[in-house]
Structure formats: C-alpha cells, structure tokens
Design a protein around this ligand. Structure first.
Ligand code: CAA
Length: 419
C-alpha cells in the first residue's frame, strides 16, 4: 500500500440483525407479483424485520458488543464511537450516546452520530481513520457502527427493498482484517432528490428509478476522482482487484454497479483488443461472477440495511476468505441525496484466521419467519412505538430472546433494558 499509514483500517467486524424476517416469495405473492421479480429481478430472498423492541440503538449496541467480544477488545481501548445512521431516534440526542452507555465506554471517549442516508458509516469510518492518522487517538481505537431500519411502507415499490441491521467495525492502527488506503479515496457530492425522509415521516420517499441513475453517476464520479488521486497506481484496475464491494440496496444493484465499474475501467484502460459485443459482455459477466456475486448472499437474506450494506457484503467475503497473502479489494459507498466515495483497501494476509468470527450465519439461521400478515402488523405497531402516549412494549409478544431491548418511552425518554 502506497501510504504512510499502511495498516490503519478494520481490526474487528460484527453484524447484528433483528430476530424476524419475511420470505420474499411470500411477500411477492401477497402483493400479486411474480416472486421471480423479487428473487431474481431484485435479487432478494428474505427481508429482516425489526420488531417494536428492536431499534437503531439496540442493534448498534448488540453489533458493537459482538465486535469487541469476538475480537478480544476491551471497552477501555475505545477512544472514539461513531454511529452512522439514517434512522436516528431523536432530532437532537445522538443514537451514539445511548450506545456509549450500553457498551460501558469511557467518559473520555469522543462520541457522535453521522448522517448522510446510506453513506453515514463511511463518513464515520474515514473520519476515524483520519483521527488515528493525525495522532489524535493516542493509541486508542475507534468503534464505528452502521445501524439502520429501511422502511418504505406496505405496498410501495420500495417495500421489497426494506431490511434492518447493524454492522460494527473497530478501526485501529494495526488492522487485523482490512487496511484502508485513505490517501487515494475518491469523493463525490451532488444535490439530488432521489431518496429522502422528512422529519415528520417514518417512511422514506424515493424516486426509485432515478435513484439508480444517481447511484451509477456517483460511482463514475467517485471512481474518476480516485483514479486521479491514484495516478498510475495499478491497483485501481479491475483486473488487479480480487473483490469489488458496492452499496447494496438490493443485490441486483451491485450487478448494475459492477457493469458500470467495468465499463469505465475498460474505457480507461483500452488494451487495443478488438472485442465483439458478445465477447465484451461475456467478460463483464465473468468479472461480476468472480468479483461480486460470491459475496452477496448475506445481503440477499437481510435486505437493505442502508449504511451497513456495503460492509455486510465485505463481511460475506471475509467469512469465506481462505487466502494467504495480500488481496486488493475495492469499496464503493453511496448515500442518496447524494454523497459517495470509492476506495481501495487491502485484506490482511492473515485475515483468514478470523473468517469464523466474521460469519453471522448461525444468527441468521435462528431467525423467526413472520407471515406477511404478522410483518404488516409489526410495521404498523412500530409507527407508534416512540409516541409518548404509548404503553411499555412487551418483548414476549415477539418471542424476543435478546438481552438488550427497547421498551418504549416514559416521561418523553426512551427506555432500554440491558442484562
Ligand atoms: N422475473 C424476473 N425479473 C423481473 C420480473 C420477473 N417476473 N419482473 C421484473 N423483473 C426485473 C426487472 O426487469 C428489473 O430488472 P432490471 O433493473 O435489471 O431491468 C427488476 O426486476 C426490478 O423491476 P422494476 O424496475 O420494474 O421494479 P420497480 O419499478 O417495482 O422498482 C426499485 C424497483 C426502483 C428498485 C424500487 O424497489 C425502489 O424504489 N426501491 C427503493 C430505492 C432504491 O433501492 N434505490 C437504489 C439506488 S439508491 C440507493 O442505493 C440508496 C438506498 O439505499 C436507498
């Protein structure tokens, strides 16, 4: 890696998702839609559903707790906590400060929330890297957590692209998993109305097809900026990248993204070969099958978790990683509205020894399937869970086994239970 901070990056990672899910084929049938549209057209098989007792805070705290415990990191080692979320629980008070208490972090830990739709955690992560590189961390690590509940509402076109979950990452100067090259990150910003959620709404508004265009334009813009920053650095050519990760609102979006990535890379690195359209198409498909599709299976089972979706795809790679030796990977983060970054990272040669710790499949396999009727009633119940008039929530209603739950509000204050 060509920078002076070569091993700053992801030292630990963990996922936490809700207890329940809905099957996409059943959801499609209930909506009078061919299941193949959701399963193949969008590439989604299951959709995580957060019950009223699971919110941005509980998911973030559970993911953070797992990242620390699994990778043997003590809470006292954390000097900065950032929670990136689209699904904040208060106009003023950051989600992060609740998580700070639930994780028993030091009072000298710098703590805040970042928001930019699905880009919030990436903004947090790059800030954490800069904090370490600048020497402000004084040997401490940063805990960056992406936590979101994607809600578009019953019967909307966005409904099959909902989901919920949190990914927690510890950022350190001696990263055991992935070192991020922060020197060449390419950034992109443009004011667009592709997806937004006014303060009064629990549901996102989106101009769905336009949002796909905005995403792809941002990919081009961020990639071009990164290429410019990188000069003649050969790591930025797709053929030299082992795995490409994208923001994944639904897995078919990663396919569209890789096709665009490949096209712009190909036009930049003209080899002089005279390929037929069919040959060119075949190359793109095999590049996608090699570098992208093997790492989309967790996203297909969870749905869109907004700011954590990109990192969930990377977790899928890390849990399957059997490599010895450095591997070059690319990450593209997109947040509607819009902001994006493209960056290159390198997987630690010994990261494979942590593959089992990066695997959330045991937890996913234990989830409870909701019927479509149950899922709809969860969504409706959740609309009112943070209104003051609400009575306390009863976790038993959802068979919740979790030891950290949201129990409603009292005196306009959110109540959490943690055992
Ligand atoms: N069998 C197989 N495939 C089928 C099918 C069938 N019977 N019927 C349709 N399809 C395919 C379509 O051909 C299409 O594939 P292509 O895009 O490759 O052509 C795919 O299924 C989806 O079909 P439509 O485009 O007709 O679906 P739609 O109009 O109902 O909406 C959507 C799709 C726009 C993504 C909508 O779900 C949506 O608005 N989602 C929320 C917004 C979103 O996720 N945007 C992504 C970019 S923005 C972003 O990434 C930030 C973020 O997280 C929100």
């Amino acid at each position: 890696m060509n920078n002076n901070n070569s091993s700053i990056g992801i030292d630990a990672i963990a996922f936490h998702g809700p207890r329940c899910y809905v099957d996409m084929a059943e959801l499609a049938t209930a909506r009078g839609i061919d299941p193949a549209k959701y399963q193949k057209g969008l590439g989604q098989l299951k959709m995580a559903v957060a019950t009223p007792c699971e919110d941005t805070v509980t998911m973030a705290a559970q993911a953070g707790r797992k990242a620390l415990e699994k990778f043997g990191i003590d809470a006292s080692e954390i000097g900065m906590l950032i929670v990136g979320t689209e699904t904040g629980i208060d106009h003023s008070k950051p989600t992060a400060v609740y998580v700070h208490e639930l994780l028993d972090l030091s009072q000298n830990c710098r703590t805040f929330e970042t928001k930019h739709a699905c880009y919030g955690a990436t903004a947090g992560m790059t800030s954490a890297i800069d904090w370490i590189a600048a020497g402000r961390a004084r040997g401490k690590k940063a805990l960056v957590i992406a936590s979101d509940i994607a809600r578009y509402g019953i019967g909307t076109p966005g409904e099959p692209t909902q989901g919920a979950g949190a990914v927690a990452m510890v950022i350190s100067n001696n990263a055991r998993l992935v070192a991020i090259d922060s020197q060449t990150i390419g950034d992109y910003t443009r004011q667009v109305m592709d997806f937004w959620r006014p303060l009064y709404s629990k549901y996102a508004f989106t101009d769905g097809h336009y949002s796909i265009e905005c995403y792809l334009d941002a990919l081009t813009g961020a990639w071009e900026a990164a290429r410019e920053n990188a000069g003649d650095d050969t790591r930025f050519t797709i053929d030299n990248i082992e795995a490409c990760f994208y923001h994944v609102p639904f897995t078919a979006m990663a396919r569209k993204a890789h096709f665009r990535h490949y096209e712009i890379d190909f036009s930049m690195n003209e080899t002089g070969e005279n390929l037929s359209d069919e040959q060119a198409q075949q190359r793109i498909i095999s590049s996608y099958q090699k570098r992208v599709s093997p790492w989309l299976s967790i996203n297909a089972e969870v749905g869109n978790i907004y700011t954590g979706s990109l990192f969930l795809a990377m977790m899928d790679y890390l849990r399957q990683n059997k490599n010895k030796g450095d591997a070059n990977i690319s990450l593209f983060s997109y947040g509607s509205g819009c902001g994006a970054s493209y960056f290159i990272a390198s997987v630690h040669p010994d990261a494979a020894q942590f593959a089992r710790l990066c695997d959330p499949s045991e937890e996913l396999n234990k989830r409870r399937k909701l019927s479509v009727d149950e899922y709809e009633s969860v969504l409706k119940d959740t609309e009112n869970t943070d209104l003051h008039e609400n009575e306390s929530l009863d976790p038993a209603r959802w068979d919740l086994l979790e030891n950290l739950l949201y129990l409603g509000t009292r005196d306009h204050q959110r109540m959490y239970v943690s055992n």
